[in-house]
Design a protein around this ligand. Structure first.
Ligand SMILES: NC(=O)c1ccc[n+]([C@@H]2O[C@H](COP(=O)([O-])OP(=O)(O)OC[C@H]3O[C@@H](n4cnc5c(N)ncnc54)[C@H](O)[C@@H]3O)[C@@H](O)[C@H]2O)c1
Length: 363
């Protein structure tokens, strides 16, 4: 229990990459929230990511599964949860190809469980929040933003793949066309959220973000894989021809976008978040190798591999991922124009910070 009268928000999955960047940012920025982080600690969750806040008086970690209805109800009642920001998911496309079942379980059933409990806890009946939440707002002009809100974190992968025409971008109106079990499970969860808005009048928002990069990402993902293999002098695996395009966003810019939508987004709306940083995997790996060539020249860490040679020599093309989407790119105009969001990092500044963080981690 917390020792103050702040509102308590339930965060899910914040021992993972994005959530563990979000928690310290949010605790520092706002003094009027308590945060409960519910995370089952799959292979992707690591409490080391949250070391800096573990003893914070307004933060509490609970180990548990979002699919566990009894536990989630217990948390809502025990902490009088007045907002949810839902990060928890199985998130790695490759794993969803090998083992899709757990993606449906966590991403679809888990999201449904959270939504359904939030609905029953916050609302008396469809379109009617409980009086205590209306009264607590105490501002006659207050709108949905100050009612208990459910913010669902989703991905641009729900939109499928784009052509290579640079004018072709994902907007909030792009029809869903998910291609992997991961993106299908996220698309399904987005639809369940939508149904709680339409059917029950619940105060939900959804954000669909492009590929994130930055500190604390799991070793299995592209950028940590590149840096780790390079430093170990191992082949750096790149799928197919390396020309798949992703729109890369620095993780803290995503966190700031979530903060903005959670506080000022319109109920029932979806907002795309993306950095206008389209890069092929080859451009990513080349840029990282150039930074490493400068910061830790191969001669200094792998003298046996020959001095003066570039890490680029380690790039190795491997068989492509099944159903590999060719291109993702986000049009973030709605978030920029309606809510005033703008990414603070360019790819050049963000990737430099990222490489420096992993150099510390892998040294
Ligand atoms: N990483 C990206 O580039 C990216 C881009 C857009 C959207 N997203 C979305 O953002 C969210 C967070 O992504 P991430 O990269 O931080 O993921 P991640 O895999 O790093 O972390 C997921 C976290 O959820 C926890 N978790 C998994 N199943 C759970 C369950 N059943 N109950 C409770 N906790 C559970 C894990 O232990 C882990 O801590 C996801 O919903 C993902 O779909 C990610």
């Amino acid at each position: 229990m917390f020792n103050n009268n702040n509102k308590t928000i339930l965060l899910t999955g914040c021992a993972g990459f994005i959530g563990s960047n979000f928690v310290p940012y949010f605790l520092k920025k706002y003094e009027n929230y308590n945060l409960v982080n519910l995370d089952v600690l799959t292979y992707a969750g690591d409490l080391e990511n949250l070391k800096e806040v573990e003893n914070h008086p307004r933060y509490k970690f609970i180990k548990g599964n979002i699919c566990n209805r009894e536990l989630v109800e217990f948390i809502f009642n025990g902490y009088d949860i007045q907002g949810v920001i839902h990060f928890a998911a199985e998130s790695h496309v490759d794993n969803s190809i090998k083992n899709p079942g757990v993606f449906i379980e966590t991403n679809v059933n888990g999201t449904f469980t959270l939504l359904d409990i939030a609905y029953r806890y916050w609302m008396e009946k469809p379109f009617k929040y409980r009086d205590r939440y209306l009264a607590a707002n105490n501002d006659p002009l207050s709108t949905e933003a100050s009612l208990p809100r459910f913010h669902h974190i989703s991905t641009d992968e729900v939109y499928g793949t784009l052509s290579e025409d640079s004018n072709d971008l994902f907007t909030e109106k792009t029809p869903y066309s998910p291609n992997s079990p991961y993106s299908a499970s996220k698309a399904s969860s987005d639809m369940v959220v939508r149904s709680y808005v339409e059917t029950y009048g619940m105060n939900c928002v959804v954000t669909n973000c492009s590929n994130n990069y930055g500190p604390k990402q799991h070793d299995e993902k592209l950028i940590p894989t590149i840096i780790r293999n390079a430093l170990q002098g191992n082949p750096i695996p790149i799928y197919g021809d390396g020309k798949n395009i992703r729109d890369w966003l620095y993780v803290l810019d995503h966190c700031k976008g979530i903060d903005l939508v959670y506080h000022t987004g319109k109920t029932g709306e979806t907002y795309n978040i993306g950095g206008r940083n389209e890069k092929t995997n080859l451009q990513i790996v080349n840029r990282i190798c150039e930074i490493l060539d400068e910061k830790v020249p191969r001669s200094s860490c792998h003298s046996e591999l020959g001095s003066g040679s570039s890490y680029k020599e380690l790039i190795t093309f491997v068989a492509d991922r099944a159903g590999h989407d060719r291109r993702y790119a986000i049009d973030a105009t709605k978030l920029e124009n309606e809510l005033g969001w703008k990414a603070d990092e360019t790819f050049d500044t963000g990737i430099m910070k990222t490489v420096e963080w992993y150099l510390e981690k892998y040294k």
